[in-house]
Design a protein around this ligand. Structure first.
Ligand code: HEC
Length: 129
């Protein structure tokens, strides 16, 4: 009985290892643990697009955007997931929306590239509490 449990657990661990080994998916390199973006470039992008709602200090403007410095959501996301989130935004009708105010896709600036968003994420991370 105990041996069976052990074999089962070992098998699970092996599966988990195998899955994490190819976590990058679709041949892309695995996500870096630390943000690969450039926070200085990110600040420039942030200041021109996100500051209107999230404020120059990232603390959020009441009724427009949330505080990003203390956001547990931001903390809990990987850089890749966060870039993905900013790309899509979170509409007021999304059940996950907490303020009933729209977070527009790319902050309403479709010109922002994935690299720009990666830089912005690095900037946000640099100011996280
Ligand atoms: C027009 C206003 C507006 C602009 C511009 C805007 N946001 Fe937002 N953002 C919001 C709102 C409103 C929310 C909160 C949505 C909710 O209630 O769940 C939000 C949420 C977020 C969140 C999730 C925070 C959390 O704790 O859930 C992130 C991250 C974020 N915005 C990043 C950005 C970035 C980066 C930019 C610039 C590229 C940007 N936003 C531009 C309004 C805006």
């Amino acid at each position: 009985m105990k041996l069976r449990m052990f074999v089962l657990l070992s098998a699970l661990v092996l599966v988990a290892l195998a899955l994490s080994a190819c976590g990058g998916g679709a041949g892309s390199p695995a996500a870096p643990a630390k943000s690969a973006g450039d926070p200085a470039k990110g600040k420039t992008r942030y200041d021109s697009t996100c500051t209107a709602c999230h404020g120059a200090d990232l603390k959020g403007i009441t009724g427009l955007g949330k505080d990003l410095t203390t956001s547990t959501f931001v903390k809990g996301q990987s850089d890749v997931a966060l870039v993905d989130f900013i790309k899509k935004g979170r509409s007021a009708t999304d059940p996950a929306n907490t303020t009933k105010v729209d977070m527009p896709a790319k902050g309403g600036n479709p010109a922002l590239t994935d690299a720009d968003l990666g830089d912005i994420v690095a900037y946000i991370r640099s100011l996280q509490k």
